[in-house]
Each structure stands twice: as C-alpha cells, then as structure tokens.
Design a protein around this ligand. Structure first.
Ligand SMILES: Nc1ncnc2c1ncn2[C@@H]1O[C@H](COP(=O)(O)OP(=O)(O)O)[C@@H](O)[C@H]1O
Ligand SMILES: [Mg+2]
Ligand SMILES: [Zn+2]
Length: 509
C-alpha cells in the first residue's frame, strides 16, 4: 500500500513543501530512500526502524520504498524521521485516518521513539501555513515556536503520541502555553551597562547618535581606551523591535540553530561580533544547503567588527553590497538565494600598527609608510559607508577614579527610542525606517538646515576640504542630531557636531 505524507524542507531561511511517498510491498526486506537525500536523511532509515519497533509496532519484513518529492530538490537533515515513520505506519495500516492529509510532519526521532529538537521550526511553520495545513513537530521546540502568535502548530513528545492523535484524536499540545515562557526570557536584563564606563563622554554621545539614526560608526583609539568595552554595551541601548522584526530575526536564527533561537531573548536586537579571522563565507553565509552568515545573523541589530584592520580584505569586501541594499545575494547554479542583511556596522581599530599614534602617554613607533599601509587596509568604499568616525582617547586617570556614577543605559535608551519614533513617523509613507537609510531624494525632502547651519557647512567643506560624499553623511547625521533634540529644522549646532564626527576626513583633508 502507498501513502503520501506532507512535510517541508529548508532552503536558506525558507521552507518549501515536500511530499514523502511510502510504498510497502512484498519482496526482499529492505528500505530504499530516493529523491536527493543527504547523508543525515539516509541515516533516517536506521532511526525510523528502531523508533517504530520501540513504540510497540511490529516492523515488517517487506520492501519499503521512500520517495522524497520533488526529486530535483536536495533534502537535508534528520527532520524527515517523523514523516517517514508516519508514512510507513500508514502504509502498514497502523494509521487509518483521513486526517493525515491535513497535517505536515517534521522532527528527528530518537531510537526510543522520542521526538528530538529540530532546527528550522519557525521557517517550517511559515511554510506550512501557506499550504493551509497544521504542522506537527517536537515538543522540545515549544519555546522557540511560541513567537508566532497564530502558529499552525501541534507539539508531540514522541511517535506514539502522534499515532494516538491521528487514530483516536488524543489531544496534542498547542504552543499557546509556550508564549508565557518566552516573555519571561525577554525580561532578563542585559548584564553590561554604560554606567560602568568611566569618562568617555564624547564616545558615549557618538554611540548614542549612531544608534539613534542606525548610522555606521568607526572608533579609533589606542589599546585599552575602552573601545571594546563601549561596543559590548550597545545591546542595552538598542531600540525596541516591532512584531514583524522579531519574527524575521527568529526565522533566521531558527534556520541556523533551534537552540540559539530558543535561548536568544525575544525582544532584543542581535549583536554579533565575529572574530577577525572570519572567512568571507563565514560573514556572507553559503554552503551546499545555504546557511546565513554573520551578516544575516546581525539583521535588525549590530554587526561589531573589533580590530577592523586585522580582518581579511576579502572578508570586508563582502560587506559592501549588503550595506548598500540591506540584503545579501548568494549565487547558485540553479537558483540564487537572498538573505536579509540590514544591520548597523560598528567597528573599532587602533590609530596605527603600534597603537599609540596621537597618544599623549606613549610615543608612536611607526614610520609614516607603516601608518599609511595600516590605514590602507580599510578600503575607501567601506569607509565611505561609515557615517561617524570618532577618536576614543585613553581615559584620564582622574576620570578612572571618578566615583560619581555615570548615566545608565536605560536613560540613554529612552532618548534613542524617542528619536527612533520621530523617524518612524517621518518615514511612514516611505520604504525606509531610519535616517541612515536616506538616499539623495530623502535627504532633499527631509534635511533642511537653517541658513546659519548651511553657511557653517559651506565653510567646513572648503576649509577642511571635505568631499561631496562627506556632505550628505553630515546632513544625515545632522538630521539625527536634530531628532535627538526634537527640532524640526537642522540647526548650526547640529551640523557643527556632525562635522566633528568626520575624524578621518579631517585628517586626510
Ligand atoms: N572608560 C573606562 N572606564 C572603566 N574601565 C575602562 C575604561 N576604559 C578601559 N577600561 C578597562 O580597560 C579594559 C580594556 O578596555 P578595552 O575595552 O578592551 O579597550 P580597547 O578595546 O580600546 O583596547 C576594560 O575591560 C576595562 O576594564
Ligand atoms: Mg579592544
Ligand atoms: Zn604607531
């Protein structure tokens, strides 16, 4: 007898429908799997055989053919264990329910019949929803699944539970109960606070401005000045996420690793800080079954590249397209794949190879050519896409011993949130959400400096020799500064501050 079971397979961060056809006939006892399975799918045979036996069903001495359709799409992972087991049991007459067609099945089986946590549950739910079916998946995925409020999902502990549900209507758990747990996760407070950073008022201000408008930022300063310390505190001041953004983020993280998706606080933006040895593929993603890289994992959050000058040139090259388009396209012979990648880039580096150029405490040991070679490692096109570059000098001893507490992250976050709300209102009829995303058209429409501010900008351009590109960067940052002070017009003080954030332009000009 032949039976057809519905499931889905991951391709990138999306799930596509798969049909699993199982045919049991008399013949030499064997199990044959066809339809482009990878190694993990092939190993399903052994797990499914044991799980069926250990769930109390006899395993037949018959020929079993399993076909995964469509045949031209590669299938990945152990997630087909459950649908294959259901298909075999249905073909043998152990499941005799018409209901089987209303569901899609996904999940790895343990040898004892238990359902194991399986990655990609969120993309799977979204894919299954489009086919108007309900997904039956492992109970272990409960916490992760809870983010989707109208999830078409039922959760089972083991194979027997699924069989009893189909045959007798014994109820399965729905994820509504899981949502409360995920709310609890989101309220865990972030452990690092800006209050712990002494002094560095200007650097903190620049980071506040950067986050307010989602501007990319570069921090330049000697070793030990606190650049990494400052960056690590950014998650605590990032603005709230919308429901839509939460879902997009969870979908990406679920496709990579369900464990990560489950443990990450639901209402916090991602903060990714890959090591400088990362390969271009590590940043961009890729592979036979394309997986998102760090750039996509930072979607709607921060990508922090510490020690920027140490990164491989070809790795930094990967950043260019997504910084322009907010997405990353991986080309494949059959079909290219686009991963979302809208992130705020935060970078830090020393001013020179030895680290002490411009430092008052120690003399720089680098030659001029060494300094130039060091700077040249960061390509012009990358620097061009960074709105703010600031100097982070070593903290003065007096500031380090200061006992008066600095402002905490929550106070900073509230100001940022207000500035973001203003931007949301401004761009509600447009495709962008933050000032940093403005193109020439939006700059013309939304950035109106006062006459005095315009005069100041003109003088700065001439005297500091700033480029035309720097000009629009300054206007965008000026817009954010005006938003932070809740001013409709961009005033002189806003542009004066924005010009200060062009450290490298000023040095080279
Ligand atoms: N402004 C500061 N306030 C308090 N501690 C600081 C400050 N700057 C640096 N430190 C201390 O010095 C350590 C090294 O700072 P770090 O952030 O690694 O510097 P950088 O990344 O600029 O080399 C920090 O872990 C912290 O203990
Ligand atoms: Mg550091
Ligand atoms: Zn030096």
């Amino acid at each position: 007898m032949t039976s057809t079971i519905y499931s889905v397979t991951l391709w990138g961060i999306d799930a596509f429908p798969v049909q699993i056809e199982v045919d049991v006939t008399s013949g030499l006892p064997q199990m044959i799997l066809v339809g482009l399975p990878d190694q993990a799918v092939k190993e399903s045979k052994e797990r499914v055989r044991a799980a069926i036996k250990n769930s109390g069903f006899p395993f037949p001495s018959k020929k079993i053919i399993i076909n995964l359709a469509p045949a031209d799409m590669k299938k990945e992972g152990p997630c087909f264990d459950l649908p294959i087991a259901i298909g075999i049991l249905a073909s043998l007459g152990h499941i005799h329910s018409e209901k089987i067609r209303d569901y899609a099945f996904l999940g790895e089986l343990a040898l004892d019949g238990r359902l194991r946590k399986t990655k990609g549950i969120i993309p799977a739910m979204l894919g299954v929803r489009e086919t108007h079916r309900q997904l039956i998946a492992p109970l272990e995925n409960e916490a992760e699944a809870g983010v989707l409020s109208d999830a078409p999902l039922l959760l089972a502990k083991n194979l027997s539970e699924v069989v009893r549900f189909l045959n007798e209507g014994a109820p399965l758990k729905s994820p509504t109960t899981a949502r409360k747990d995920s709310e609890a996760v989101s309220s865990i407070l972030y452990p690092f606070d800006f209050q712990e950073v002494k002094g560095q008022r200007q650097a903190k201000r620049a980071l506040e401005v950067a986050v307010s408008g989602a501007h990319n930022i570069l921090m330049v300063g000697p070793p030990g000045s606190g650049k990494s310390m400052l960056a690590r505190r950014l998650p605590g001041i990032l603005p709230d996420l919308s429901q839509e953004e939460i879902l997009e983020i969870m979908k990406i993280h679920s496709a990579v690793d369900s464990l990560v998706a489950e443990r990450r606080p639901i209402n916090r933006r991602p903060f990714r800080s890959p090591h400088h040895t990362i390969s271009p593929a590590g940043l961009a993603g890729g592979g036979t079954f394309p997986k998102p890289g760090e750039i996509t994992l930072a979607h709607h959050g921060v990508l922090f590249l510490d020690e920027l000058s140490e990164f491989r040139k070809d790795a930094l090259e990967v950043l260019r397209a997504p910084m322009e388009d907010g997405k990353l396209v991986i080309s494949r012979a059959r079909a290219s794949i686009a991963f979302p990648a809208r992130f705020m880039l935060v970078t830090a580096m020393n001013p020179c190879k030895c680290g002490f150029l411009g430092d008052t405490r120690r003399a720089c040991r680098c030659s001029l050519s060494q300094i130039l070679a060091y700077r040249a490692k960061i390509s012009g096109p990358l620097l061009d896409r960074i709105d703010l570059h600031i100097e982070v000098p070593a903290v003065k001893f007096k500031e380090l011993t200061e006992t008066r507490p600095a402002e905490n992250s929550e106070a900073i976050r509230l100001r940022i949130q207000r500035a973001r709300d203003i931007q949301k209102e401004r761009f509600k009829a447009e495709k962008i959400i933050t000032n940093s995303e403005m193109g020439e058209k939006e700059i013309k429409k939304h950035c109106h400096p006062s006459p005095a501010a315009l005069k100041l900008l003109e003088t700065a351009l001439e005297e500091l020799g700033l480029s035309a590109r720097a000009y629009s960067r300054i206007l965008k940052v000026g817009r954010t500064l005006a938003d932070l002070s809740e001013s409709e017009k961009i005033l002189e003080e806003h542009l004066a501050e924005a010009i200060q954030y062009r450290l490298l332009d000023r040095q080279s000009g």
